[in-house]
Design a protein around this ligand. Structure first.
Ligand SMILES: *Cc1c(COP(=O)(O)O)cnc(C)c1O
Length: 364
């Protein structure tokens, strides 16, 4: 039994499940290994993956900055870490968001840049580009075709024209978050294409985005940060600043969603275990259409694990070969990113889960 499972059983005994259990020591070890692998490439954390302050406190010790995508995330991060550099991105920024003081502003369109110029304020900007690069094997594509994200080369030309003859808005470079769910080799190929484009317009600061792959079917299959870091070191030219901004691949592994079985039943031959909570706490299996990996237990007849919601979409994992009885504890792994914070918490008005942190530094 590992420390997280032990804690899940303590929480069960105290009547505190469902709960998210976070391994802060594991997060620290992981992010520091990523930091080392990236060498001279700057590392920002994409806060939307999980903005939990306990996780951010660990991350803040290792990252060069945070990437935020709203005024809400910006206030959250600046309230916790007034000194840490922040990049603000995201489509549909309001005038109030455009007026925020940040290290970098990622401009999404000529219209947005025109509003920024009209405001008369100073800013250091990256232009978010959406280049026509084939993105194969991605789980989500934000670029490489017609999407609401970033600008095609015509949009970039429009921005460059707007920036001429003024010095309040300083063009620092380009930003490209084109897809998610990519392996190191695929991301390096994209990086090469993005760098080629950036150099063509004279940009020396390039944010290559996030989207590093994680595997929910094989949690041990990890993104190859060492190969990625070495590849980027080869691509980088003297005087260039490269930056990445992963979210999922940094925090997904440090969280588990632990709950208990309420009912076990057989319906038309198939075995179901109904657990406390469900996809209103961890929407990930519903949004990704996958089975959330279950921490292995005693082998048993394949059982489909469902939550308490009155919708057939409330399935956490299908046909898992483990023995489950009412009262048993079930733990779902890879619940540290895009889980609680993307979920529809109040649908059906069940109680919210508990939150529990292992290995934090005392006094924080
Ligand atoms: C969501 C997002 C990220 C992080 O993506 P992951 O797949 O979680 O690594 C980074 N940059 C931008 C612009 C994003 O929208």
């Amino acid at each position: 039994m590992d420390a997280m499972t032990e804690r899940a059983h303590e929480l069960a005994a105290a009547g505190r499940l469902p709960a998210f259990v976070y391994d802060l020591a594991g997060l620290e070890a992981h992010v520091s290994a990523v930091r080392r692998a990236l060498g001279g490439v700057e590392l920002y954390y994409a806060v939307k993956a999980n903005p939990d302050p306990e996780l951010l406190r660990v991350l803040a010790r290792h990252v060069d900055g945070f990437e935020v995508a709203s005024g809400g995330e910006l206030a959250h991060v600046q309230g916790l870490f007034p000194e840490v550099p922040v990049a603000l991105g995201g489509p549909g920024k309001t005038d109030a968001e455009l007026a925020s003081a940040v290290h970098r502003l990622h401009v999404e369109s000529p219209g947005e840049l025109a509003r920024l110029l009209a405001s008369g304020r100073r800013a250091d900007v990256l232009l978010r580009v959406n280049l026509e690069i084939p993105v194969e094997g991605a789980s989500l594509a934000m670029g490489g075709g017609a999407t609401p994200f970033g600008m095609d080369p015509d949009g970039v030309a429009g921005c460059l024209a707007l920036l001429e003859g003024q010095d309040r808005i300083r063009l620092r470079g380009v930003h490209a978050h084109l897809a998610s769910g990519l392996r190191a080799q695929q991301l390096l190929e994209l990086a090469e294409a993005v760098l080629g484009y950036a150099r063509g317009i004279g940009a020396s600061e390039i944010n290559l985005g996030g989207g590093m792959a994680v595997s929910y079917t094989d949690p041990d299959e990890r993104f190859d940060w060492v190969a990625y870091g070495e590849g980027l070191a080869k691509l980088r030219r003297e005087g260039e600043t490269l930056r990445v901004e992963p979210g999922r691949s940094l925090t997904v592994y440090c969280g588990r969603y632990a709950t208990r079985v309420i009912d076990v039943k057989r319906v038309h031959g198939e075995l179901f275990a109904i657990v406390a909570g469900g996809t209103h706490h961890i929407r990930t299996p519903a949004t990704k259409g996958h089975d959330q990996p279950v921490v292995p237990g005693a082998a048993g007849e394949p059982v489909t694990i469902a939550g308490q919601l009155c919708t057939p979409k409330d399935l956490l994992a299908r046909r898992v070969p483990i023995a489950l009885e009412p009262g048993d504890v079930v733990e779902f792994a890879m619940a540290g990113a895009y889980a609680w914070n993307i979920s529809h918490h109040d649908f059906l008005m069940h109680p919210h889960p508990d939150f529990c942190y292992l290995g934090g530094r005392p006094g924080e």
